[in-house]
Every structure is written in C-alpha cells, then in structure tokens.
Design a protein around this ligand. Structure first.
Ligand SMILES: Nc1ncnc2c1ncn2[C@@H]1O[C@H](COP(=O)(O)OP(=O)(O)OP(=O)(O)O)[C@@H](O)[C@H]1O
Length: 755
C-alpha cells in the first residue's frame, strides 16, 4: 500500500509533537505510579507467616493509596481489588471483567505475592486461585517495566493443554490494558517451528510441561535466564509422576533468583519438593484448612453402589432422567470414553453427547472443550478434564462412573461443578469391592451420602449392546479394548486395598459390554526372580500368591486395535518404562507372554567395509568401524555387547557435552546481544532524565522503543495464517500508537535520514 502524501507539513509536525508529548506524559505517569506502588507495598506488607485473612478489612470510607507523605492505606486484609496496591491497568482489567470482591485465597495470598514472596496456596476447587497468581504476575512485570527487549519474564506451567488455554484466556482478560506479550505453548500442535521463532519475544509463557521442555531442548535461542516469576498451577500433580522428571529438568534450567507461586486445591508437598523448587521462606496459605468440608459448600454429593456389570445401565438411566442438565461423566480410560460415546451415539439419549480424552487430536480437544462450555450436553471424559477446568461455571452434574484413584482425584473431579458461588451435584458409582473409598472420603472431610439405586427403574443398556456390536464391528473392537484397558487401569492403581482386579466379576463385565465371549486374559501368578548368569540378568516369572497378573493375548491388528495399543501402553507407568524401573509385573504387561528375552551375540566380519568411517589398524590397513571393538583376539569376530554399549555410552556422553557447550555459547551470545539492546534502550529511556530532550533522534528512539511495547498474544492455533497472525496480534493495547501515527514517525525518520 502506498503512503498517502502529507498535504500540510506544518500540521503534520504539530501532530507529531503533540503525539510525542502525550507519549512522554504517559511514561512519566507510569513511572510515578510504579514508585507509588512500590512504596505502598513496602509500607503495608504483611508479616511473614501471617494470614492476611485474620487482619481487619479496610473501612469503606478510608482513603486508598497514599494518605500523607510517608503513609499509605492498609491493604493486607482488605476485601476489594480496588483497595489493593495494583496498577490502574490491572484494576481496569479486573473491573471490566466484573471482578470486584476478592475470594479468600485472593485476599490471603495477594498481599504476600505482591511483595515478592514465594507462595504455596491451597484452597477449594473453584475458589479463584487463577486470579491469585495472574495478578502478581502482571504486577511484578509492570513494576519492573518489563518490555519486549527483556524476553521471558514469567512462566506459568499447567498439567493439561485445556487448563493452559483457560489460564491464557483469563490472562488476556485481566491483562487487557497491559502491554506484555503472552504465548500459549502447548503440545499437540503442528506449528512448533513457528512457535520457536517467536518464543523469545514473549514476556509471559503459559505452557504445558512437555512443550516447555521441548522448547528448552530444541529452540536454539530459547532464553529464560531473566525469569522473574514461575507459577505452577495444580502443583501437586505437576510435581508427581508422570511430570516429575521433566519438571526437574525444567527447574534445573531456570535461574534460582525468582519468585515462585504454587497453587492447588490439594497440596501434598514434601520437604524434598520445596527443596527441588528452591523456594525461599515460602508462605503457606491453606485458606480452607479449618473448613468443615474439603469440597465446595454448595456441592451436593452422593454415592451409589453399582456392580460393574450394571454401570452402563445406570449411566443411561441417569442421563435419561437428567436431560435438562449439563453433565460431565468421568471414566477411567480413553477406550471407555470412546466406546461409551460411540454406543450412545447409536442408541441416542435425547441430549447432545461429546467425548474428551488424551488420545484425541488437539484441535478437536479444544473444540469440544469450548463447545461444552457453551452447550447443554453430556461430556464423556477421562481425567484430562478433572483439574482446573471451569467450563464457564455451568456444569450441573459430575458423574463418576469409575472410582477415582484417590481422594485428591475425587476432590478435583467433583470440583468441576459448584464453582465460585454456583451450586452443583456429584454422583459416584462405587462397586461393592470399592466401598472402603467411602471411609477414606469421609476421613478427608468429604460429606458424601450413600443412596440406594432404584434398579427397577433402570433402563437396559447391556441388553441392547450385543445386537449393536454385531451390527458395528468397529464398536465391537472398541468393547474388547474397553474390557482389557479397564482391567489394566484397576491393576495399575496403587491402593490395592480398594482396587483389586481379582474381585471383579470379569465374565459379567464382558457380557455387559455386549461381548459374546470374555476376551482371553491369562491369569498368572506373579513370580519374580532375578537371575544372573554369564549372559547378564533377566526377569523370570515365579510363584507368588500376593498379586495376580494378566497378559493380554494380542489379536490381529486393526486400525482400532492400534489406538487401543497406544492407550494400553499409556495406562502403564510411562516414566518407569523410560527410567528402566519397571518391575517384573509391569514388564509382563507390555511383553507378549511368548517373548523370550535373550542376549544375543552379534557376529560381524571385521574385513567387511561398512559405513563411511574408516578405521586403520596398526599396519595402516583400513578396517570397518565396528572391527575396532570386535573380539579379534579370540579370532571368531564376535562383537562384544558390553564393548558396544560402552562405546555408545561414550559417544552419547561426548555428544551431550558438545551439545551443552553449543547451548551455553548460544545463550552467552544471546545474552550479550540482549544486554547491548537493553543498554541502548535504557540509555534512551526518558526516566533516566532524558525526557526533556524531545528534539532530534533521541526523541524518536524513545517513542519508537516505547511504541514497540505493544502487546502480542501468541496462540499458535488461533488464526490460520502464520505471518498474518503475528501481525494481527500486534497493537492490542489502547495506549499503543495508531497506524497513522506510525506512518508519521516513519516519515519523520526518512526525512531526517535524507536531510
Ligand atoms: N474475585 C472473584 N470474583 C468473581 N468471580 C471470581 C473471582 N475469582 C474467581 N472468580 C471466578 O470463579 C471461577 C473459578 O475460578 P478459578 O478457575 O480460578 O478457580 P480455582 O480455584 O483455580 O479452581 P480449581 O481448583 O478447580 O483449579 C472462575 O469462573 C472465575 O472467573
């Protein structure tokens, strides 16, 4: 597009001056506000270890902020956001989102978090923990005058992609008037390469563990050495398996000098966890510890004893009698979510149904999640939706068809309803063998009432399934997958006093899924013996009566089977596989029963050239590379596996070290570059005493630099076209300069270059 000619150069100059002086005035005001906030926060900061909830709240007619030269209004204990030492931009964002009165966790944690302390916050589900960390993040970066040249200032880590997306949206709402750039970095997206290009330009990263680690490992310039604040949402989950290893890796790459905020409805942190996170005198704020119940007050909870083979009938009856409700149904495995969804699609319930599980494509997951927020429907989900998700506070019923792993799992699942000030209901189907769970729940202050299911009014589902399975072979395959994966999900659970696979009515369960024959499950008595001989050690099964074990005899593979296999592996403790810590029982779950683990000796011909690398012997004759480690002395050309392993380990080590050196070098270069840019920028900042100099090139540098502080939201899935997307997202800020103003500036630059 051609630049329009300026008709009147005088009026152009005047506009320019007007614009620049307005900008400078804005900067001066910002500087003064920051000074005020810093003094106010310092003046009224709560004593370490105190819970601000116990402080009296501020009377309504008290002045807010500076009272006289050296004193400020009290903020620890106050009830309204407007009484807190927050920037006007944050206050405006909160006001527009209709956030006025703080919740308990916000009242308790904000005063500590605002003055830079590490915080461990625990409060019931739906009590507003998200704002309790978003506000300190915005404020910390604002008071540090964080800008694009400063790079990543905050990392918020979430256990699931949907929760990360929800946090990102909340940040966009509350941080609307700030100029920071923020990015959503979550797995399951194709365009990681585009993310890599922009990740260093972002100030706030909201990410899942895996994607963050991927950037740390793969993005050449990824730099977070200036990190100011780290947030872990659902901390207890992130600190445990399967995230534990990755999180340790991430933490090791972050600077220790930072503020850390940890939040969850169920905090089960150990001293080691605190040490891992290098927390400094953290403030523990468990605001509902003294409460009578661990779950929201407006939540009604009931439990029903339902035998395994009647669960589907009960579920169908339940949904049919609650067609006007939004219902979230939890199942143990992806296979179950798939199967139940497919079956109910073919036997309609009279209400829209959806499914959500980890085996789905990311775009689909996001779409389902958004649809369920808006639409009255039934969502069949795995625990992927059990934590943090708000669904617009509109879920009426949470139905747990399968018992959760533990009490914490239960609290998070039921917490998807009765959020903030709304009410909700939850029902738990318990098998007779799982009744002990009720005691555990009651001991953890979960008020749950047992009701008797009215089996007479139960609508049959299992009786309809055999015909359905005959008609749809793909659903039949799914049913078989459900059978296997459900048994495995019970088998891998830790609490054996409740979850005992031997107590399950296997044949009845198989029949209730519509299967004409129970899939072959060979029960083996666990026998573990470690034997070592000359060839090394391996596991063999041995007699042991304590725990049964099962091995699934694989069927012929079909496309559906493939997905089942993925899920079955998913059900196993992944990290123990990775870390080589699987016990014999777990190994048996993944190995076909007939597979014999044998250590083979590979034979090679040392004279046969192979590969491109040439190795020479003492006489200068060329040898293939592996010949160097072949047992040539013995004369049989046998390749010693130990030597091979040793060699590979050495090579791996070398590569790791080189990789590390490269990364360090790259980081150093980048830091130097940033430092230079920052210096240039800081020299040119008006708050360093240069705001008076508004003529000539300095003034242009200031405004140009400041105008760069427009906001970018980077959500790599939100717009189709990459380049367009990034451009489109620039300039969200109401304070940022308009296109006409930018053109004007560019014009001035050009004319000053020519003159
Ligand atoms: N001060 C407030 N005023 C009004 N609504 C609020 C306030 N704080 C939070 N909310 C609303 O309450 C709901 C629950 O908040 P949030 O998702 O932060 O809860 P949570 O404690 O993080 O829950 P979970 O433990 O399930 O993650 C959201 O819809 C949020 O918009």
């Amino acid at each position: 597009m051609r630049r329009p000619k300026l008709k009147n150069s005088n009026s152009g100059k005047q506009n320019r001056k007007h614009f620049i002086s307005r900008k400078v005035r804005g900067l001066q005001e910002e500087k003064e506000e920051i000074e005020l906030l810093k003094s106010w926060i310092e003046f009224g900061k709560p004593d370490p270890g105190c819970n601000p909830l116990s402080n009296p709240s501020l009377p309504g007619d008290m002045p807010i902020g500076r009272i006289n030269a050296n004193s400020f209004s009290q903020y620890s204990g106050c009830k309204l956001f407007s009484q807190m030492p927050l920037s006007q931009k944050t206050k405006d964002g909160l006001h527009e989102a209709n956030y006025k009165v703080m919740t308990d966790i916000q009242r308790a944690s904000l005063p500590h978090a605002l003055c830079g302390r590490d915080v461990l916050g625990a409060a019931k589900t739906g009590s507003g923990k998200t704002l309790a960390f978003i506000i300190p993040v915005l404020e910390k970066l604002y008071r540090a005058r964080w800008g694009p040249e400063d790079g990543v200032g905050c990392i918020i880590i979430s256990p699931t992609r949907e929760l990360a997306d929800q946090i990102f949206n909340e940040l966009k709402i509350v941080g609307k008037h700030h100029t920071f750039s923020a990015g959503l970095l979550i797995g399951g997206r194709k365009d990681v390469d585009t993310e890599k290009q922009y990740v260093n330009e972002l100030n706030i990263l909201i990410c899942t563990v895996g994607r963050l680690l991927q950037h740390m490992d793969e993005t050449v310039n990824f730099e977070c050495s200036q990190l100011q604040i780290l947030v872990l949402d659902e901390t207890d989950q992130i600190l445990n398996k399967p995230f534990k290893g990755s999180l340790n890796n991430i933490i090791s790459q972050l600077p220790n000098e930072r503020q850390t905020l940890l939040f969850s409805a169920t905090q089960t942190m150990s001293v080691q966890d605190l040490a891992r996170l290098s927390l400094k005198d953290p403030e523990y704020l468990g605001v509902h510890e003294e409460a009578e119940r661990a779950t929201p007050d407006r939540l009604e909870q009931i439990a029903m004893i339902v035998p395994l083979d009647q669960k589907l009938d009960m579920l169908r009856s339940f949904i049919k009698t609650h067609l006007n409700c939004k219902i979230l149904v939890f199942l143990s495995t992806c296979n179950q979510a798939r199967f139940v969804f497919e079956a109910f699609k073919k036997l309609p319930l009279g209400i829209p149904i959806k499914r959500l599980h980890g085996g789905m494509k990311q775009e689909k997951r996001m779409a389902i999640y958004s649809q369920f927020c808006e639409q009255r429907s039934v969502l069949f989900s795995t625990d992927v939706a059990s934590r943090g998700l708000d669904f617009n506070k509109t879920v009426d019923w949470v139905v747990q068809v399968d018992c959760p792993d533990d009490v914490a799992g239960y609290i998070h699942r039921v917490g998807r309803t009765a959020r903030y000030q709304s009410g909700g209901k939850a029902v738990l189907f318990l098998m007779p063998s799982e009744i002990e769970m009720l005691e555990k729940l009651k001991a953890a202050k979960v008020p749950i009432m047992t009701v008797k299911a009215n089996t007479k009014r139960m609508l049959p589902m299992s009786s309809l399934l055999p015909a359905l399975l005959v008609k749809y072979p793909d659903v039949q395959q799914l049913a078989q997958g459900v059978f296997i994966s459900y048994l495995k999900s019970i088998h891998v659970r830790k609490d054996k006093s409740i979850f005992d696979v031997r107590k399950l009515p296997i044949d009845e369960y198989s029949a209730s899924l519509g299967l004409s024959m129970t899939p072959k499950i060979r029960y083996l008595k666990q026998r573990t013996k470690h034997r070592s001989d000359n060839e090394g050690s391996f596991h063999v099964k041995q007699e042991n009566d304590t725990m049964p074990e099962f091995v699934h005899i694989p069927r012929e593979e079909t496309p559906l089977d493939k997905s089942n296999v993925e899920e079955e592996v998913f059900l196993l403790p992944k990290e123990s596989q990775k870390e080589g810590k699987m016990n014999a029982a777990e190994i048996e779950l993944v190995q076909p029963a007939t597979r014999v683990l044998k250590k083979k000796k590979l034979k090679i011909n040392p004279q046969r050239p192979g590969g491109t690398r040439v190795v020479f012997d003492d006489e200068g004759n060329s040898l293939p590379p592996l010949a160097a480690i072949a047992d040539t002395k013995g004369g049989n050309g046998t390749l010693e596996l130990d030597k091979v392993n040793e060699r590979y380990a050495k090579l791996r080590q070398e590569m790791k070290e080189r990789d590390k050196e490269d990364k360090l070098l790259q980081h150093r270069r980048l830091r130097e570059k940033r430092q230079k840019e920052k210096m240039k920028y800081k020299v040119a900042r008006p708050d360093d005493g240069e705001e008076e100099d508004l003529s000539g090139s300095d003034e242009e540098t200031i405004v140009k630099k400041r105008s760069k502080r427009s906001k970018t939201y980077f959500d790599s899935d939100s717009v189709e076209e990459q380049g367009k997307r990034i451009k489109d997202n620039l300039g969200f800020n109401a304070d940022s300069i308009t296109l006409a103003e930018q053109e004007e500036l560019a014009l001035k630059l050009l004319s000053s270059m020519h003159s």
